[in-house]
Design a protein around this ligand. Structure first.
Ligand SMILES: NC(=O)c1ccc[n+]([C@@H]2O[C@H](COP(=O)([O-])OP(=O)(O)OC[C@H]3O[C@@H](n4cnc5c(N)ncnc54)[C@H](O)[C@@H]3O)[C@@H](O)[C@H]2O)c1
Length: 319
């Protein structure tokens, strides 16, 4: 650990950021969560501080860097896929202008290491059976377009201006705070509803292959890539893979553990087609080779871990 190691997380109030604070607690003296939202979505570690602010406000961004002098920046602020289509101007501002402003701030303030969370939605069109790092990127949605562009922008700043830019392309994450209503959150919400005794309807086709990853593996990947000495990195943008499973397998894994779970399948063609258009199998050989990436959670381990943490949360919430 450096004398004073400070990590700034943009999008710091969100799903991944809050859970990441616990993982970063032993590596950083302070974790600063910077977000336009009024408060973090979940519990955060004791050394995390929340600062409300907008990436698009130049004075607030400058103040953030001056006050905290980050040694690492993790860039998670973003509009997600649905919101990007609903509000294209805002999506462009946050995902593109916001990222540009952040790279410039990093350049002005001592070039702290910067890690960016991209997505498999940065790919699109007709995808091969197995998605590789080199698969041509022709994203279908504005979300993927902006994410792909920021990947390229990061490489530009790394090559031309010496930034220590690193980037992960995340698959759909199974997580406690997955966005309500998003097609991508089907696995998360099936687990969440089963744990609270509710019911869940899968709108996907039962046999569609989905590339998913459990939140604990995402957190492990972020710290793994951050920690790896730069000399080992043969590239700066990495695919990572967690598991390839079908909705039917997810439902079965839940039902075996929560016998009373009420899970149904009612295919909605629009949702099912969208899910079927996403990659099912991801090749993450470069991540495994360069920084020893290896997921720890397959579907069975995810189901055990996620259901038990959701159930203990439910039990604690009860008066
Ligand atoms: N969760 C997933 O399945 C997944 C998959 C692939 C990639 N990602 C990427 O990981 C990152 C984090 O995802 P998440 O699930 O935590 O999403 P999230 O929506 O919970 O978090 C994003 C945060 O960004 C904040 N934000 C938006 N505009 C901002 C602005 N102008 N200034 C400051 N903050 C702003 C939002 O308020 C929100 O809290 C995102 O960049 C997302 O694209 C997530």
């Amino acid at each position: 650990m450096l004398d004073v190691a400070v990590c700034v997380i943009t999008g710091g109030a969100g799903n991944l950021a809050c859970q990441l604070t616990w993982r970063l607690a032993s590596q950083f003296n302070r974790v600063v969560l910077f977000d336009v939202a009024p408060a973090p979505i979940g519990e955060v570690s004791g050394n995390a501080v929340f600062e409300r602010g907008d990436l698009l406000d130049a004075a607030q961004l400058e103040g953030l860097f001056k006050r905290h002098r980050p040694t690492t920046v993790i860039h998670l602020a973003s509009l997600l896929s649905g919101s990007c289509e609903q509000d294209r101007p805002r999506a462009w501002q946050v995902n593109m202008d916001g990222s540009f402003a952040l790279f410039e701030a990093v350049l002005r303030h001592g070039k702290p290491q910067i890690l960016f969370a991209s997505t498999v939605a940065a790919f699109g069109g007709k995808l091969p059976e197995v998605l590789t790092d080199d698969t041509p990127q022709w994203p279908d949605g504005l979300y993927g377009v902006t994410k792909m562009a920021v990947e390229r922008l990061g490489i530009y700043y790394q090559r031309k201006h010496g930034l220590d830019f690193r980037c992960l392309r995340l698959p759909i994450t199974i997580s406690r705070h997955a966005p309500a209503g998003a097609a991508s959150a089907l696995a998360s919400h099936a687990f969440i509803e089963a744990a609270r005794g509710g019911e869940f309807t899968f709108r996907a086709r039962p046999d569609t292959k989905l590339a998913l990853i459990y939140i604990r593996d995402v957190l492990h990947a972020i710290t793994g890539l951050l920690d790896r000495p730069v000399k080992h990195l043969t590239q700066r943008v990495y695919n990572i893979s967690g598991m390839t499973v079908t909705p039917r397998q997810i439902a079965d894994a839940i039902q075996r553990r929560v016998v009373a779970a009420r899970l149904k399948f009612e295919t909605d063609d629009a949702v099912a087609d969208l899910l079927a258009s996403w990659p099912g199998v991801i090749d993450d050989r470069a991540a495994r080779r360069d920084w020893d990436w290896k997921p720890e959670f397959d579907l069975e381990r995810t189901a055990d871990d996620f259901l038990s943490s959701l159930k203990s949360e439910e039990a604690n919430a009860k008066p």
